[in-house]
Design a protein around this ligand. Sequence first.
Ligand code: SF4
Length: 212
Amino acid sequence: MAFLHRRPPDPLELIIWENIAYLANDKRRAEAFAILKRTIGTHPDQILAAQHSALAAIGKAGILPDVSAEKLLNIARIAYEEFDSDLRSALNKPLPQAKKALKRFPSIGDPGAEKILLFTRSYPVMALDSNGLRVLCRVGIAEEQKNYSATYRWVQYAIRGQLPKDYDSLIRAHQLLRHHGQELCKRSKPCCTECPVRDSCNYGRKEVFGRD
Ligand code: SF4
């Protein structure tokens, strides 16, 4: 997300980013987002005034473009009706309330809400995407639980108290773990023989050296 390197992004734009093109990679998502900004805009009024077909055309960067268009309209509706088109004041509330506000939107659960709180520099939380979560489980920070939510909570519990407090370090950690999960520690067939942390990774030690 190129715009994450500039001033803290608008939380609504981060929600739109998550929903604009289902299952698109970062490059295609960025292209779709740029087209939305250029041709329609990201303000709720602008999205609500747009044709469904125009939003779906942008959503073709991913699969299920009609579903993506519906999600964008839903996001704009919620932002307009419940937050007066500006989420920033909602993020100034205590953490549980700020998370609850963000989870009103499509595709935003605890991990997505924490990512938005981190990237908008509202709360210094260690947001993890699915890549980062997988890396930390394989390394041995915590064991996978019966479902994704439980694993996410368990990993968060395991790393509490060991984290830096500043936003820059937490954002960097999020990005590095994500990148590592995408490039080497892939869901299937992780590249453990090429991995620089294999000696200190539970999964990697078994995979490369055949030992616990
Ligand atoms: S050694 Fe393998 S499992 Fe461990 S972090 Fe590296 S790629 Fe992932």
